[in-house]
Design a protein around this ligand. Structure first.
Ligand SMILES: Cc1cc2nc3c(=O)[nH]c(=O)nc-3n(C[C@H](O)[C@H](O)[C@H](O)COP(=O)(O)OP(=O)(O)OC[C@H]3O[C@@H](n4cnc5c(N)ncnc54)[C@H](O)[C@@H]3O)c2cc1C
Length: 450
């Protein structure tokens, strides 16, 4: 099944894009007995969550965290990792804790929800009692409304309407909003923020656990997913950029830019699991996807910058993840404690528009200075690496229109973190969209299945 061209007795489908969404779709289809060919433009799988090697050190294109509520990612991750002989789900799980240098310190005890949150706030340091009471009041109001807003608005306006005072906004809600939606409170959707609160702080205790990657982001899920797809008779083609998709009989054929790759297909179905801009390019001449193009054209994007600094091996953080009250860095991760890379610190700057004008060396020097405030006497790093993803996520603004999984074209379905759901652009959103795309395609391939 090298190029998907020979006749087969079972359906053969293509997945375009080997990010978390595409690989989740591919695994689900393979598990349902469909032969799957994945085409990924880059040499590595993972898309916006992938391994990057720098000076023979394995990094990620961006520092990622998850929460216990990432149920679909955890389940499929565990399945494919087990099949590949890898332990666990690839994440280090820690009870909800919040350590901000010079600010809020809180840790949820192992109590059933919502007592764990109440106890965490009751015992929190670095916040006056009134501010903690504000947070409890907001969570109770949200719970009472079923986490539904009558009208979507910005997080900033929503917090003001619920009389949340500056200390709790600055210490908890604003950093949480930026971390979860990668959009500042003045632009972010309050409804999507409420959805995140519903599934984390407002849900079962384990759902608000923090998940920190214990492997690089390609090794975490996409690589073992590829092993699983191939073990089930499919193929995963890295370095294959799909340039065009055209009808072929009852199905579809894929064309590649590279001379060396002949067209592939026909495929009975295609999962388009590429990010919004690539989707618009790939389907530009398709009038049937006009509504999709209109959604995608309206998206704005937010950048995320990651700054890695290699210090001598004994350098370590008091907590594997520590926040900052003031920039440029928002959170620093101890890759020694998390991924067995002693002395390597990774600093994340979400919605990093303000850093756009700084060159990499200046930004790294500023972040180093910031870290010296946390770890006095820190030596100069032996190297630094700055990675900015300019279109890390869509800007998650109020009332966004997002395309649905099904399209007007038979056998063409969409996957990706941008596809309609109540989640922001996250790994979990991407995986869920992939699973929905697989389900929709199975409905097309086997309309009589119960
Ligand atoms: C720096 C950064 C930090 C983040 N932090 C977090 C976090 O902490 N927690 C969290 O949950 N989420 C986080 N996210 C968001 C998360 O990474 C994304 O939501 C998720 O990876 C999106 O997956 P996807 O499969 O939908 O899209 P993508 O990962 O974009 O996958 C699309 C794939 O399609 C491929 N492709 C495009 N065009 C073609 C073509 N023509 N032919 C073949 N292949 C093609 C691309 O190369 C890519 O691999 C972060 C993102 C970034 C960038």
């Amino acid at each position: 099944m090298e190029d998907g061209t020979r006749p087969v007795s079972q359906p053969v489908v293509a997945v375009v894009g080997g990010g978390y969404a595409g690989m989740a779709a591919a695994v689900a289809l393979a598990e349902a007995g469909v032969t799957v060919c994945v085409y990924e433009a880059a040499p590595e799988l993972g898309g916006r969550a992938r391994r990057v090697t720098h000076r023979s050190t394995v990094l990620d294109n961006g520092l990622h965290i998850g929460i216990g509520a990432y149920s679909s990612l955890l389940a499929i991750g565990q399945r494919v990792r087990r099949a590949a002989g890898l332990p666990g789900d690839g994440w280090q799980r820690r009870p909800l804790e919040w350590h901000v240098h010079g600010g809020l310190q809180m840790r949820a005890p192992r109590l059933p929800a919502p007592l764990h949150l109440a106890a965490a706030l009751a015992g929190a340091r670095g916040l006056p009692f009134g501010a903690r009471a504000d947070a409890v009041r907001l969570m109770l109001a949200l719970r009472q409304s079923g986490y539904r807003l009558d009208v979507d608005t910005t997080v900033q306006a929503f917090l003001a309407a619920h009389r949340q005072r500056p200390p709790i906004v600055e210490s908890l809600w604003a950093p949480l909003c930026v971390a979860a939606l990668n959009t500042p409170p003045e632009r972010a959707s309050a409804q999507v923020f409420a959805n995140v609160l519903r599934d984390s702080l407002g849900a079962a205790r384990g759902d608000s656990d923090l998940l920190l990657p214990a492997a690089d982001l390609s090794a975490l899920f996409p690589d073992p997913a590829a092993v699983q797809v191939e073990a089930m008779g499919g193929a995963v083609h890295r370095g294959h950029r799909v340039e065009r998709i055209e009808p072929a009989g009852d199905g579809w054929r894929l064309l590649f830019g590279q001379q060396r790759s002949p067209p592939a297909g026909p495929f009975a179905g295609v999962v388009l699991a590429v990010a919004p801009r690539a989707l618009a390019e790939l389907t530009a001449g398709w009038p049937a996807l006009q509504a999709v193009h209109a959604c995608v054209a309206a998206y704005a994007h937010e950048p995320i910058t990651s700054v890695y600094l290699q210090y001598p091996a004994p350098v370590a953080l008091p907590h594997p993840m520590t926040g900052f009250m003031h920039g440029p860095g928002q959170w620093v991760f101890d890759r020694g404690a998390l991924a067995g890379q002693p002395g390597l610190l990774g600093v994340v700057i979400s919605a990093s528009t303000a850093q756009r004008s700084l060159d990499a060396a200046t930004l790294a020097a500023e972040v180093h200075r910031q870290l010296c405030g946390l770890l006095p006497g820190l030596p100069v790093p032996s190297w630094t690496k700055v990675i900015t993803e300019r279109q890390a996520t869509f800007a998650c603004v109020p009332g966004m229109q997002r395309p649905s999984t099904l399209t007007e074209l038979p056998g063409i379905v969409l996957a990706g973190d941008h596809v309609a759901s109540d989640y922001p652009a996250t790994l979990e959103g991407a995986v869920r969209s992939g699973l929905r795309a697989a389900e929709a395609l199975l409905g097309h391939l086997r309309p009589d299945r119960g």
